[in-house]
Design a protein. Structure first.
Length: 403
């Protein structure tokens, strides 16, 4: 199999923890012959250097852990300048594709370098950041409102009027995101949805770690960012606990900022549920799998909004791979997956709706387990990174053939 090399500039910290970065590009696509040279953020203080990620070269910028606005500005400037420098260096090194993920300035320079050298340029859009910043602007005041608004408007201009129309291809998170971006004028045929999935090793792990289910345990796995509106899940569990006093809720993960998890903990205390609800914080991935595998019910709430509707929830496929019955809410990807797989219940957004579905599962454990058993086979057939990598690899070959 012929090898292809891409230079991939991303906004993630080294080493990457997102499965659609580390698992897809660091492992699955490598098996197809893709060689990746990376540019990432540095998570600890240090000078500009070259590190290794699974045998792949990773360029890291200068980063200082000194405090204050001055050093914050220095770190940002160092990140941008090193990013641009590494992209410019692609003019003088053997690279088949230049790819940038979720960045505006780097995308412009990456597109420029690709055109000068006659290479394909690919943009990877994992999240609608321009729309996200415009939403933040609506809730902010003063200079922060001005900054968010400018960030969002510039992002829409750069991505939807310049980068995506003139790129050779764009990978997006979902079919819904493809439709949303197409509404800005980017041709549908220039975009390929790459939904989230799970590594094959999770399915293998589930086979070798058959854990006892904890009766009455409800598990949420994932971020607790305010945008997720997880107070609805806490309210739903309060109703569940009234009906099923032995029920417990395990919240596995954390907020992007300390106050986000703290707000949920305060809500739990106000509802008198401290003895029934536990927050674990961030835990290693296998520990998270242990928690989810022990659940009677797993919850996947996604607040319905234009920003989150275009996502693809990893937690849903982790639950399904572990054979656990799922309660989720209507959402383009979740609705389609649960409808096709039958691995859980999909309800409308709301605490009463979630409570009703979770209570039904807790009171009908055999029926709930029957739903859960449908998950692993569906995930194995549709959402492992081995399968996703095959589709992405073929698209790269198509892009290279056209160029």
């Amino acid at each position: 199999m012929a090898k292809s090399k891409i230079f991939y500039s991303i906004d993630d910290y080294f080493p990457p923890y997102r499965v659609d970065v580390g698992e897809l590009f660091g492992k699955a696509l490598v098996d197809y012959g893709l060689d990746v040279e990376w540019y990432m953020r540095r998570s600890q203080a240090g000078v500009s250097s070259v590190e290794s990620f699974g045998g792949q070269k990773v360029h890291l910028p200068y980063f200082s852990d000194n405090q204050g606005s001055f050093w914050k500005a220095i770190n940002k400037l160092a990140f941008w300048m090193c990013d641009i420098w590494q992209l410019l260096r692609c003019l003088f090194k053997p690279v088949d594709v230049i790819q940038v993920r979720d960045k505006y300035l780097a995308a412009i320079f990456g597109l420029l370098v690709a055109r000068i050298k006659g290479l394909p340029f690919v943009y990877w859009c994992s999240y609608p950041f321009p729309e996200h910043y415009l939403e933040l602007a609506k809730k902010a005041t003063g200079l922060r409102r001005l900054y968010y608004g400018l960030h969002g408007r510039m992002g829409k201009l750069v991505l939807y009027r310049l980068v995506m129309p003139f790129s050779d291809h764009t990978f997006v998170q979902s079919e819904q995101m493809q439709r949303d971006i197409a509404a800005y004028g980017v041709p549908m045929k220039k975009m390929t949805p790459v939904p989230m999935g799970v590594p094959q090793r999770l399915l293998d792990w589930a086979v070798t770690h058959v854990l006892p289910v904890v009766p009455g345990r409800v598990v949420y796995l994932g971020t607790m960012a305010l945008v997720r509106q997880l107070h609805v899940l806490i309210d739903a569990f309060a109703a569940v606990h009234l009906r099923c006093p032995s029920a417990t809720l395990l919240m596995v993960g954390d907020g992007d900022h300390p106050h986000e998890r703290a707000a949920l903990e305060q809500q739990v205390a106000a509802l008198g549920l401290n003895d029934a609800v536990r927050f674990t914080g961030f835990v290693p991935i296998e520990e998270a799998w242990f928690y989810a595998a022990s659940a009677t019910v797993c919850a996947s709430p996604i607040f319905p909004s234009p920003i989150l509707n275009c996502g693809s929830p990893t937690k849903l496929f982790e639950y399904m791979a572990l054979g656990r019955p799922v309660v989720c809410n209507a959402h383009p990807d979740q609705t389609a997956v649960i409808g096709k797989s039958g691995a859980g219940l999909c309800v409308e957004w709301g605490s009463a709706e979630f409570a009703h579905a979770m209570i039904w599962m807790l009171e009908h454990p055999e029926a709930a387990e029957a739903m859960g058993t449908k998950g692993p086979a569906w995930v194995a057939a549709h959402r492992t990174y081995t399968i996703i990598a095959e589709n992405v690899w073929h698209k790269y070959q198509e892009i290279l053939h056209k160029s």
